[in-house]
Design a protein around this ligand. Structure first.
Ligand code: AMO
Length: 417
């Protein structure tokens, strides 16, 4: 009986006749014999035949007998194959997908993303990204969090009015959500612990290697905390779970990219903002990208950690919902997590009493009435964080530009494909 198998499973079917399905990754026609390498979701498989072969990226089903072949990918190949072509490409890919390097510039890759991403080296970071999200979900599920889905079309800006996309909503002004911030807080009033994995939108006017106009935010929010340190502890678990999942689920992607995931210390080193200022000889109320890089190197040197928490950012630099540090006027219970020189996460404790919000908004509450309902009806001390998935994957895989590891990036210039 003929059964459909994956290319990675050939060894289990030695001597049998099986069918694999995928794309023609590479064909090599020699004088008397031809090699056909088929790519499917599990990897590559080779078939050997005397016949002509369809061009690269043809979609094929190949039925053949599994035979040992030390030179073939995985050590097995299909002999005496019958090749059925399910679809033929109209044009050749813009660069060879079978070469062990990506032979094209980033703009060429992005312009041809639907086919370029089939290159194993460009696909691998997306596998790492998927495994990371699976680990994030797994960890927060285990810790009693509920996954939620909140609106991406909203009536007011959540983070700052500056980089928000305005849209026309049935004749009324509306915005694309810059974060699920207000909704995740409201849902703490329902579930105590929530998380969300979803797109967020930032009208970033800057063309940088770490900003996108749409990115994937891994958000969490939890109630009944003492202060921001309880949030940091959950974040440490989430990051450890993401790395564990990558190690388990993305083995071949890690191998292909030559990436060894870092370990997370049991306790991630943490320094107060004022200490960060002292270390970088700065008196600025925020950290520059160069200072973040320097601090990361310092953490690696002093603490052997690729992760570093900076806590207690000045209140003036955090959004209005941030809880102040009761012990240090002017400073907040907000934190950032730096990873390999880059801000990966922002989080903190939030205000939870209605009157504190009225004060923080200087009484200008009209635009926020929907949000403030939660606090009118009683909210526990709570806090949360948001981790930028693309920044995470870029840092993990060593990609210099966030666009390299984003399937169809949106930025200042790019709206298609
Ligand atoms: P913040 O605005 O700092 O915080 O965003 C959280 C994290 O999202 C990532 N990030 C980005 N990634 C790609 N392109 C961008 N344009 C971009 N902007 C931000 C970063 C950043 O650390 N509501 C708060 C979070 C919270 O307190 O829970 C917020 O959105 O990795």
């Amino acid at each position: 009986m003929i059964s459909r198998v994956l290319s990675a499973e050939l060894a289990e079917h030695a001597g049998k006749r099986v069918t694999i399905a995928g794309w023609v990754h590479r064909r090599r026609q020699l004088k008397s014999v031809s090699f056909l390498v088929v790519r499917d979701r599990s990897g590559l498989a080779q078939a050997v035949t005397a016949h002509d072969l369809p061009p690269e990226e043809s979609v094929v089903e190949v039925t053949g007998t599994v035979a040992v072949s030390p030179q073939a990918p995985g050590g097995y190949e299909l002999v005496s194959p019958e090749v059925e072509v399910l679809a033929e490409p109209c044009v050749a890919p813009p660069f060879d997908l079978y070469r062990p390097v990506v032979g094209a510039s980033l703009p060429t890759v992005l312009d041809h993303a639907p086919v370029a991403l089939r290159h194993p080296l460009l696909r691998a970071p997306l596998e790492i990204s998927a495994a990371s999200v699976a680990g994030f979900r797994e960890t927060l599920d285990r810790l009693g969090f509920t996954e939620t889905h909140t609106p991406k079309i909203v009536g007011s800006a959540t983070e700052s009015g500056a980089n928000v996309f305005g849209i026309d909503y049935f004749g009324r002004p509306a915005y694309l959500a810059q974060s699920p911030q207000f909704y995740k807080q409201a849902l703490v009033g329902v579930f105590e612990r929530v998380y969300e994995v979803g797109p967020v939108f930032r009208a970033e006017p800057h063309d940088t290697v770490r900003h996108l106009a749409q990115y994937t935010s891994l958000d969490a929010e939890l109630g009944f905390i003492r202060d921001h340190r309880d949030v940091m502890a959950v974040l440490r678990e989430a990051v450890a779970g993401m790395l564990e999942s990558v190690r388990l689920r993305a083995v071949s992607a890690l191998d292909l990219l030559g990436v060894v995931p870092p370990t997370v210390p049991d306790e991630i080193p943490a320094i107060h903002f004022t200490e960060a200022q002292r270390l970088t000889s700065s008196s600025e109320p925020d950290l520059s990208p160069a200072q973040e890089r320097w601090l990361s190197e310092w953490a690696e040197r002093e603490h052997g950690s690729e992760f570093l928490f900076v806590t207690g950012y000045p209140m003036s630099k955090r959004p209005f919902y941030t809880h102040p540090d009761p012990a240090r006027p002017g400073y907040s219970n907000g934190f950032d997590l730096l990873f390999r020189g880059l801000e990966l996460v922002t989080g903190g404790q939030r205000l939870h009493r209605y009157e504190d919000y009225v004060r923080a908004l200087d009484g200008q509450t009209e635009a926020y009435e929907g949000y403030l309902q939660a606090f009118r009806y009683g909210m526990p001390p709570h806090g949360g964080f948001a981790l930028g998935l693309e920044r995470w994957t870029a840092r993990l895989t060593g990609a210099a530009n966030i666009r390299q590891i984003t399937a169809f990036p949106r930025d200042l210039h790019r709206l298609s494909p």
